[in-house]
Design a protein around this ligand. Structure first.
Ligand SMILES: C[S@@+](CC[C@H](N)C(=O)[O-])C[C@H]1O[C@@H](n2cnc3c(N)ncnc32)[C@H](O)[C@@H]1O
Length: 311
């Protein structure tokens, strides 16, 4: 069994917002290293943990075995939270959590192809299934690549980078490039004086390609959409995002779930029919404390939001 050590972010904050009472059933959509699940189990909750990465599932099973039947781990995509619960014969849960993005072990193992600092094949699939990065690069034209880099990476040099990647793929074939080679192609496409100071010049491109390979925004949209059907009355949902696009999606979805009556103040009875099923638990995103950021710099960009289902 390989370890799957990942430093959990906003652990106590998640527990505080989900408020698990003893015996409550929580669906942790992103098991990763199992840190959030562990904290929830320690509070007496029962946890079903899912991850699309079979290594995360295996490691969490081993790490959390001491909780016996209170914990179960399933390899599944959180985009299908409803289907996962149905397959287990469960109708509703009392809490649902996602802690988005990748986990440290996925970035740290070169062969998984996520990292420009650890050379590996152009893979980037969290689940090990579906289209690899090499296949995506073989298929996508400059226009599509530019869109991916601009939208998911907020990369100002999206077009020149997309052109350079396309040219390298046409010349050598994506399968003969590795992550270090791709990072070099990307770096050369950005004028040296515009290289970011604190991150590798290929960081934004790698993030964008990872989001595209794993359809991360599609998964989040499906999870958000399913919340009213997955949570029982009093159930709480919490999401941690590390990317402004994801945080915007969570914020908008939670706003729409919790939207109060929008009738003008003079109306004697509500005409808009808005009777929200959810209430906000957080008004603003919860962020990591200075102490946590000092301990774990990755937590700097984490944003946590939560809602509760009231009927
Ligand atoms: C940031 S880590 C979670 C860390 C975890 N909360 C902890 O405390 O250790 C994100 C995990 O979510 C998984 N993941 C990402 N997208 C997923 C999806 N759509 N369905 C299931 N798991 C997903 C990744 O494989 C990764 O292990």
């Amino acid at each position: 069994m390989t370890g799957f050590a990942h430093e959990t972010v906003l652990q106590s904050e998640v527990v505080e917002l989900l408020q698990p009472r003893a015996g409550a059933l929580i669906l942790d959509g992103t098991l990763g290293g199992g840190g959030h699940s562990e904290a929830l189990l320690e509070r007496g909750a029962q946890v079903i943990g899912t991850d699309r990465d079979p290594r995360a599932v295996a490691a969490a099973r081993a790490r959390l075995a001491r909780f016996g039947e209170a914990f179960s781990a399933v390899r599944a995509d959180f985009r299908d939270a409803e289907g996962t619960l149905r397959a287990l014969g469960i109708d509703r849960v009392d809490g649902a959590l996602v802690d988005l993005g990748v986990s440290s072990p996925q970035l740290d193992v070169g062969e998984r192809g996520f990292s420009f600092s650890r050379p590996g094949p152009l893979d980037m699939r969290m689940s090990g299934e579906g289209e690899t990065l090499a296949e995506l690069l073989e298929r996508a034209d400059v226009r599509e690549l530019t869109r991916i880099l601009r939208e998911y990476g907020e990369e100002p040099f999206a077009r020149p980078i997309a052109r350079a990647i396309r040219a390298a793929v046409e010349k050598h074939g994506a399968h003969s490039l590795d992550t270090a080679g791709l990072a070099e192609v990307v770096s050369h496409a950005i004028p040296r004086k515009a290289w970011p100071r604190s991150i590798h010049p290929a960081t934004r491109t790698f993030q964008a390609l990872r989001i595209a390979v794993n359809d991360e925004l599609g998964a989040l949209a499906a999870w958000l959409e399913a919340l009213p059907r997955v949570l029982g009355k009093g159930g709480r949902a919490a999401a941690i995002s590390f990317h402004s696009l994801e945080d915007r999606m969570v914020k908008r979805a939670f706003q729409s779930l919790t939207r109060e009556c929008t009738c003008p103040p003079g109306f004697p009875v509500c005409q808009c029919g808005s009777n929200p099923e959810f209430r906000p638990v957080t008004r603003k995103a919860v962020t990591a404390s200075e102490a946590e950021v000092a301990r774990n710099p990755r937590s700097r960009s984490a944003k946590l939001r939560a809602v509760v289902k009231v009927r």
